[in-house]
Design a protein around this ligand. Structure first.
Ligand code: S3P
Length: 430
């Protein structure tokens, strides 16, 4: 097992960083480029393990993809340019690759078999396969068709009207990809707005989509055109540095060129409710996505309640919000977040287990967490559970621990943020 010893010292400083490209947008950029006609050049792509799985899958599907660091060129030949793969599609740890590809491939007259790592092979797939089966595709998978390994047989799809039982951008996006090739007009209803990068990028590539309240309406048989795209910095990666500064003893961090899509920035609202000193400057729009600079200063924080409609807009930030809450005075309650149980790890359990080891007063509920602050954190031996966001949260916890923290299994951090420790060390240069 790999371990990493973490102990941070040094005087408070001001640091300026840039985080790598957005993971959700990077996956989608490869996918849209692969099904469009013509050439797409993607810059600032996230070169993390999950996105590399997406690239490998599309190469197996016959797409010409040239990659040199964060610059990628894709030559798309339309949906029907995709070929039947000769081998199993391995999607590693990546739920986004798997679920979006299910929808994207369901209209092709071929057979595809998917498998992933131990975590992915235990994540629920019925949420995707139920609506895609209604459209006409067939799925056969482990444990009564619930889990990977899973085989899809594509079909001529029919449009549907579908109420999504969970607010999930992966389900919504899979259905949009399927709807683009179906016969008729598909309507998707979402309970609460989840990240809308698929909708924005579809329009950017020349596709049509309408939004009416919580309904998304997509016409079938669309054709897309390749277009250059620049991926903004990942807000979910920036979140670790936002919290690092807010709970620090006098530090200030500036993060430039970060994606600020409001369906992702629930953490900014929470930090403001908590009395956090966070400012957003230099706003602009790139490829239809909001981008800007975030400045965060050490703050005197107050606990709060996080529930309802905001949850999908900060779902990936809940582990780091739990750490933030340990440094707020009063109690923070997180509700309506049972989706955390089916992420890369059961994040309700892993957050509670690991933060308790460092001295936090935190408890699991059925659909969230209760965190009592303000508690000084000590130090100790903690484990990422192979979950990148748990690993990064624990490394940020180490920045306020009195003693050393030993982080077991840190390598999973490269799934979404390969240069995480370089950027963290920048903030603690003496
Ligand atoms: C993602 C959607 C979210 C999120 C995941 C990325 C996406 O998952 O947790 O990290 O890129 O669409 P759900 O759709 O399961 O909520």
């Amino acid at each position: 097992m790999t371990i990493m010893k973490l102990h941070f010292t040094g005087h408070p400083v001001k640091t300026i960083i840039e985080v790598p490209g957005d993971k959700s947008i990077s996956h989608r950029a490869i996918m849209f480029a692969a099904i469009a006609h013509g050439k797409t050049t993607i810059t600032n792509l996230l070169v993390g393990e999950d996105v590399l799985q997406t690239i490998r899958c599309f190469r197996q599907l016959g797409v010409d993809i040239q990659q040199s660091d964060e610059k990628v060129t894709v030559i798309g030949n339309g949906f029907h340019g995709l070929k039947e793969p000769r081998d199993v599609l391995y999607t590693g740890n990546s739920g986004t690759t798997t679920r979006l590809l299910f929808g994207l491939l369901a209209s092709l007259p071929y057979t595809f078999t998917f498998t992933g790592d131990a975590s992915l092979n235990n994540r629920p797939m019925k949420r995707i396969t139920i609506p895609l089966t209604m459209m006409g595709a067939t799925f056969i998978g482990r444990n009564n068709d619930q889990y990977l390994p899973m085989t899809i047989r594509g079909a001529n799809l029919q449009a549907i009207n579908y109420h999504m039982p969970v607010a999930s951008a992966q389900v919504k996006s899979a259905l949009i990809f399927a709807a683009l090739q179906a016969n008729g007009i598909t309507t998707i209803y979402e309970k609460a707005p989840s990240r809308n990068h698929t909708e924005i990028m579809l329009q950017y590539f020349g596709g049509q989509l309408r939004r009416q309240g919580n309904e998304i309406i997509v016409e079938g048989q669309q054709s897309l055109l390749g277009k250059d795209i620049h991926v903004p910095g990942d807000f979910s990666s920036a979140a670790f540095f936002i919290v690092m500064a807010a709970i620090s003893d006098g530090r200030e961090v500036t993060i430039k060129n970060v994606g600020l899509n409001p369906t992702r920035t629930g953490l900014v609202e929470v930090l403001q409710q908590m009395n956090g000193k966070i400012t957003i400057t230099e706003p602009s729009i790139k490829n239809g996505e909001r981008v800007g600079t975030i400045i965060v200063k050490a703050s005197e924080l107050q606990g709060t309640v996080i529930e309802g409609e905001i949850i999908p807009r900060l779902i990936d930030e809940i582990p780091i919000i739990a750490l933030l809450a340990t440094q707020c005075s009063g109690t923070t309650i997180i509700k309506d977040a049972s989706e955390l149980k089916v992420k890369e790890s059961n994040r309700i359990d892993t957050v509670v287990t690991e933060l308790r080891k460092l001295g936090a007063d935190i408890e699991a509920t059925d659909d969230g967490l209760i965190i009592r602050g303000k508690r000084p954190l000590t130090g100790g031996i903690v484990n990422s559970h192979g979950d990148h966001r748990i690993g990064m949260m624990l490394a940020i916890a180490a920045t306020i621990c009195k003693e050393e923290v030993i982080l077991e299994n840190p390598e999973c951090i490269s799934i979404s943020y390969p240069s995480f420790f370089q950027d963290l060390n920048k903030c603690f240069l003496k």
